[in-house]
Design a protein around this ligand. Structure first.
Ligand SMILES: Nc1ncnc2c1ncn2[C@@H]1O[C@H](COP(=O)(O)OP(=O)(O)OP(=O)(O)O)[C@@H](O)[C@H]1O
Ligand SMILES: [Mg+2]
Length: 293
C-alpha cells in the first residue's frame, strides 16, 4: 500500500468522522454502539492466577427456562478455546453474559483475577478489552476497507478521541500489517459493502483487532464462508493464538479440528465435557446429545 492511498483514506475518514461519531451500528444480535467515548480504566488485566476469564456457577433463566445452568469454566491467557454444543446449548447466551448484554441471576464472572465483569455495562466491558464478533458481519458498508480499519483504530481507548486525528507512522504500519493479517491488502480501497461475506467477516475481525482486545469472543465466525475462506480463517485464528485469548463458538467440526487445543462442550447451559476434539467426540454423553435427539 502506498502512502498516497493511506493519506487519501485518512482524509476521507476525517470528512466522515463527524457524521459517524454518533452513529449506532445495529446488528441482528441486539445492537452495538460505535461510541467514540472513552472509559479510563487500568490497561492491565491481572492474570497471575493463570486465567483471563473465569466463570463460576453462573445461572440464567428466561421465563423459568434455565438457559445457563450452574456454568463454570475458565480460559488461560493466550488460549484459543473452542466451544461446541447442540443448538440451544447456551453458547451465545454465555457470550451475552461475558459481554454484559445479559445479566446472570447468580454466579461469578471475572476478567483476570480482579475485574468483576458483573459490575460493568456492555460498552465498558468492550473498553476493558473484551471484543465480540457476532455471527453477522458488522462493518461500515459505505466506507472502504481502509476507512473501516482506521475508524476502529480511532475507537481504541489508547488513541486520543479526536475527529481530526492523523495516523502516525506506527499506526500506519499497524494498519498495513493488519491488512495483510486479514488477507485484505489487495482490497484497501474497496467499499466494505462490496466485499464477499468471508471478507466482511475478516474485516470485522481486523477492526476488533485494531483495538487490541485481550479477549476476543467469536460466535460462529465461519458460518456461510466458502471452504477456502474457512481455511484462511483457521490460519488467521492460529496466528492470533498466544497474542490474544480467543473463545470461538463453531458448529463446523473440521474447522474446530484445525484450530483447537481444548474443546468445551456445552449442553443444557452447562459444561458436558472438555478435552481434545478427539476426546470429546468419543465421549458417550457427547455422542448422545449430538445424535440422540
Ligand atoms: N433473550 C432470551 N429470551 C428467551 N429465551 C432465550 C433468550 N436468549 C436465549 N434464549 C434461549 O436460551 C437457550 C440457549 O440459547 P443460545 O442462543 O444461547 O443457544 P446456542 O448454544 O447459541 O445455540 P445455537 O447453536 O443455535 O446458536 C435457547 O433455548 C434459547 O431459545
Ligand atoms: Mg448461538
Amino acid at each position: 500500500m502506498t502512502p498516497d492511498l493511506l493519506e487519501q483514506g485518512a482524509k476521507r475518514v476525517e470528512a466522515r468522522m463527524a457524521a459517524l461519531a454518533s452513529q449506532t451500528v445495529n446488528t441482528d444480535s441486539g445492537g452495538r454502539t460505535a461510541s467514540m467515548g472513552r472509559l479510563k480504566l487500568d490497561d492491565e488485566v491481572d492474570v497471575t492466577h493463570g486465567r483471563i476469564l473465569y466463570l463460576d456457577s453462573v445461572n440464567v433463566s428466561f421465563d423459568g427456562f434455565k438457559a445457563i445452568n450452574n456454568l463454570s469454566l475458565d480460559i488461560a491467557p493466550g488460549e484459543l478455546r473452542c466451544i461446541i454444543g447442540p443448538n440451544g446449548a447456551g453458547k451465545t447466551t454465555m457470550m451475552d453474559i461475558i459481554t454484559g448484554k445479559t445479566r446472570p441471576d447468580s454466579g461469578t464472572v471475572f476478567f483476570g483475577s480482579t475485574i468483576d465483569l458483573l459490575r460493568y455495562k456492555e460498552p465498558e466491558i468492550a473498553q476493558l478489552g473484551i471484543g465480540r464478533k457476532f455471527q453477522k458481519p458488522t462493518v461500515f458498508e459505505q466506507l472502504t476497507v481502509f476507512e473501516n480499519l482506521e475508524l476502529a483504530l480511532k475507537m481504541d481507548k489508547r488513541v486520543p478521541a479526536s475527529v481530526f486525528f492523523k495516523l502516525d507512522s506506527a499506526q500506519r504500519d499497524r494498519l498495513a500489517e493488519m491488512l495483510h493479517t486479514i488477507h485484505l491488502a489487495d482490497a484497501v480501497t474497496r467499499l466494505a459493502g462490496n466485499l464477499s461475506h468471508g471478507q466482511k467477516q475478516w474485516l470485522e475481525i481486523g477492526m476488533l483487532l485494531m483495538q487490541d482486545p485481550k479477549l476476543l469472543l467469536l460466535d460462529e465466525p465461519v458460518a456461510g464462508m466458502t471452504d477456502e475462506e474457512t481455511e484462511r480463517t483457521a490460519e488467521l485464528f492460529l496466528s492470533l493464538k498466544g497474542k490474544h485469548s480467543l473463545m470461538v463458538v463453531e458448529h463446523d467440526m473440521s474447522f474446530i479440528n484445525t484450530i483447537s487445543d481444548i474443546v468445551t462442550v456445552l449442553c443444557d447451559g452447562s459444561v458436558l465435557a472438555q478435552g481434545t476434539l478427539a476426546q470429546v467426540q468419543s465421549d458417550e454423553r457427547v455422542i448422545e446429545v449430538y445424535l440422540g435427539r
